[in-house]
Ligand binder design. Structure first.
Ligand SMILES: *Cc1c(COP(=O)(O)O)cnc(C)c1O
Length: 453
């Protein structure tokens, strides 16, 4: 790959996305139809996604060209900076060299616009005028709303109710970009009404909001649905992060021994790591890769690798992934983000085949690390990003214990400027070291659809 795509062009933005599926020795399991359980064909997904994204979803080509219009939009915030965390190294008194790729410089403050822009672009190219989606903390909803505003496509966002109530500024941001925002569960959809009939006070969940957004898209022939994580085409778009980082590490004259990322649905993690993992799979250069998730939502470390629904009402295709069960509702005391019940099938496959490691930390550990990072480096990380920060700090402390220098790279996937309430709660001692109980996991997993393959 290095001969063809590197060095990057003069603007230092990749011209093509890298597809990890091309380098997998064994293909990841296909998505299956929720009713027949047969592998999905492209037509099955056509009510939800444009054909260009469906083809990316199943492609095993190594490179997929980035359209000029998408690169033009990327140019506003890409390439994102790669920093060496010298002050943090000093504070930790570690022989390790710590680097971080900073995605918080995007207009909405996270990596999410990297896929929001191409998703809106391909939908618009196929004549779609309206997109529906869900959002939890609001990062994805505001990114899709921004991309919709840039390209003139209407965006409707089902926002998990507890976030809608607690994060008015994220909602304001979406509305400023012209999107309509509906607290979920809502009366707008059958899925929402069914939940409300049983649990009128439901705080909502990503699984419920996805059901509502999918239902709303299917009912409007001019509308499609957009998902900000989990799916293969999202992992593909996010690869711009790692492609830039490969060149930037090279400019720094260094190469990571270990890469750390936070995993919710897996997209910022995959985005940074897959170009490096591809090099390792092709036998070019080895690397250790560690996924970090919350103890409150531990899909990779405590979930099961099995076919499951992506949503609560079981409208989505079945994906083979690490899952906590589609009825999972995260505890509302959990402030650390990363609350989805499932994990990207590609990241799950990499974990199941031993290519990557996974670990989890509770929210006291993640916020403690976030504050330590902020005091050293001057950037307040998003609560989600704190999972990568704590993972990187633990690796650096291990290097110190072992008296062995090493190079650590992690993804600082967003800033925390809209998340200061959770920092206030942490500093006021209101957060607990919550761990999702094993008994609850067992119960949720009893509801898996039981599809093997
Ligand atoms: C959405 C989001 C995540 C979780 O999604 P992934 O697909 O796992 O990246 C993590 N961090 C930030 C800042 C986010 O906005």
């Amino acid at each position: 790959m290095s001969q063809v795509k590197f060095p990057l062009p003069e603007d230092r933005i990749p011209t093509a996305w890298y597809n990890i599926q091309s380098d997998l020795p064994e293909a990841a399991a296909p998505a299956r139809h929720p009713a027949t359980h047969e592998p999905l064909g492209p037509d099955d997904l056509a009510p939800l996604f444009p054909m260009a994204l469906i083809m990316q979803e199943v492609s095993r080509e190594p490179w997929i060209e980035i359209p000029d219009e998408v690169r033009d939009a990327y140019r506003q915030w890409r390439p994102t900076p790669l920093y060496r965390a010298r002050q943090l190294e000093k504070a930790l008194d570690t022989p390790a060299r710590i680097y971080y790729k900073y995605e918080g410089v995007s207009p909405t403050g996270s990596h999410k616009p990297n896929t929001a822009v191409p998703q809106v672009y391909y939908n618009k190219a196929e004549g779609i005028t309206r997109l529906t989606t869900e959002t939890g903390a609001g990062q994805w909803g505001s990114s899709l709303a921004m991309a919709g505003a840039l390209m003139g496509v209407d965006v409707q966002v089902y926002m998990v109710k507890v976030s809608y109530d607690l994060k008015p500024y994220r909602r304001g941001m979406m509305e400023a970009f012209g999107a309509s925002v509906i607290p979920s569960p809502s009366e707008h959809t059958e899925a929402g009404r069914a939940i409300l009939a049983e649990h009128p006070d439901s705080p909502g969940s990503l699984g419920i909001a996805i059901s509502e957004a999918v239902e709303a898209a299917v009912q409007d022939p001019g509308a499609h649905y957009a998902l900000g994580s989990v799916l293969n085409h999202v992992m593909l778009h996010q690869s711009v992060i790692g492609l830039e980082a490969l060149e930037q590490m090279d400019l720094a004259g260094d190469y990571p021994d270990v890469i750390v990322g936070a995993t919710g649905g897996g997209s910022n993690f995959a985005g940074l790591t897959v170009p490096f993992i591809g090099r390792a799979l092709r036998g070019e250069q080895d690397v250790r890769v560690v996924a970090v998730e919350p103890a409150a939502c531990p899909s990779l470390t405590k979930g099961t690798f099995a076919y499951d629904y992506g949503d609560t009402a079981h409208l989505t295709p079945l994906l083979k992934m690490h899952t906590l069960g589609s009825t999972f509702v995260p505890p509302s005391i959990h402030a650390g983000g990363l609350r989805y019940h499932g994990m990207s099938p590609l990241v799950s496959h990499l974990h199941a085949t031993g290519v990557i490691e996974a670990t989890n930390y509770n929210q006291i550990e993640t916020f403690t690390a976030g504050i330590q990072f902020a005091e050293a480096e001057g950037i307040i990380p998003a609560p989600e990003a704190n999972h990568a920060v704590v993972g990187a700090i633990r690796e650096a402390l291990r290097a110190k214990e072992e008296g062995a220098p090493r190079t650590i790279l992690f993804n600082l996937c967003g800033h925390g400027h809209f998340d200061m309430q959770s920092y206030l709660d942490f500093m006021a001692g209101k957060l607990h070291a919550y761990e999702y109980p094993q008994s609850e996991i067992a119960m949720a997993l009893a509801g898996l659809p039981g599809v093997t393959g």
